[in-house]
Design a protein around this ligand. Sequence first.
Ligand code: CMC
Length: 416
Amino acid sequence: MCNVVDFNTDEYHYKLPVIYGTFCEKAINISQLRENTGFITFDPGFKNTGITKSSISFIDGEKGILLYRGYPIEDIINKCSFIETSYLILNGELPDTAQLNFFSEKIKKFHHIHKDIKKILYNIPNFYHPMGILSSLTYILDAFIQCLQEEDLYLHLLAKLPILAALTYRKKIGVPPSHADRNLDYISNLLKMFFSIPNQSYEQNPIISDALNKILILHADHEQNCSTTTVRLLGSAHSGLFSSISAGISALWGRLHGGANQAVIEMLETIFKNGGNVNKWIEKAKNKKDPFRLMGFGHRIYKNFDPRAKIAKKVAENVIQQLGISDPILDLAKNLEENALKDSYFVEKKLYPNIDFYSGIIYQAIGFPKDMFTVMFALGRLPGWMAHWKEMKLNREPIGRPRQIYIGYKKRNIKK
Ligand code: CMC
């Protein structure tokens, strides 16, 4: 293992220190490069730039590995609840029984929101997208929570974001709010707040709870993705937790990021309505003159397979089969995946289905409408965003402020 890399030009001979991670991932530390040579590095989209040292999650994109705090995602999915996973991601270790009870009970204590926030929500037009509502109201929450302990703020957000999501949904379909029940666990409460029928006792369905638990775990963290980087960048300017999370939600909304789950279902439905000829759409995706992309395919980091997509596909198949639903969209998705994976364009560019290819099918089977899919992703990603915000703060990271190469006018004078 080398400790330095030589940077040689005709003018400069400079040694750049090398940093190694737990799995021998290597990075050249260029933080003093400009000071010593005048050069900066150029990397649009941060494709090859490490912005921090982190101990929350690890991805090996070539091998399709994802670890949360060292535990493989396949292990967590089979042995943990979403709320245990949230504790793990936020605190670094899995909770023992007492810690889990304390964590869950405290979240339940914060399971209410101020009536004035409800008023604001009820004044937002129904056509506005739930992601815009969630982002705005997360920001506003800050004004209504007087909390001295930072640890409690994380629990307030875990408690309150599902309420905002469920209220948004129920208001849109014209149904009165359903409150959380102290006897229910986190996932059952989430489902109750969304789907309970007024004046009827809420019946839990373990198949649905299990599917939701699993898909939220799959979303829980994913190292320095676009929304997490957004949260860290805001936090680095010492912006508050709520505004940083609100910005993360806005970043996630984009179609190339979390918004892809809604876009995938819309794409699959369009293909289905147009006769289901998947090869025609694969050709369209390959055509560089056509802006169409195969939504739910490709990933910045995964270049072999996305381990989350493999699990999500199984969860989708199980939930659909166990609920006895016949969903032609799942068959179409499998057909599209099979054909794309045989196509040389997708093979050469290493484009595989990502988590969003199957997550929409799961949400649809549970009963969420399409415009709620990305909101569910946000609820799943919340522990990850908060853990990164907390880590960034504990590390006392400097304000995020990239440089640029200026290509505009040279200095000129106004002629008048
Ligand atoms: N369909 C067709 N071509 C694609 C696709 C696609 N889905 N994805 C990438 N390509 C092509 C792209 O045109 C480019 O071709 P070329 O080298 O000829 O210019 C090449 O593959 C590399 O793509 P890129 O856009 O440079 O890669 P990136 O790392 O900047 O983007 C991505 C990654 C996920 C934004 C992109 O693959 C994409 O747009 N996928 C569809 C949207 C999607 O499913 N997003 C969800 C991502 S996973 C959930 C999450 O955000 O965490």
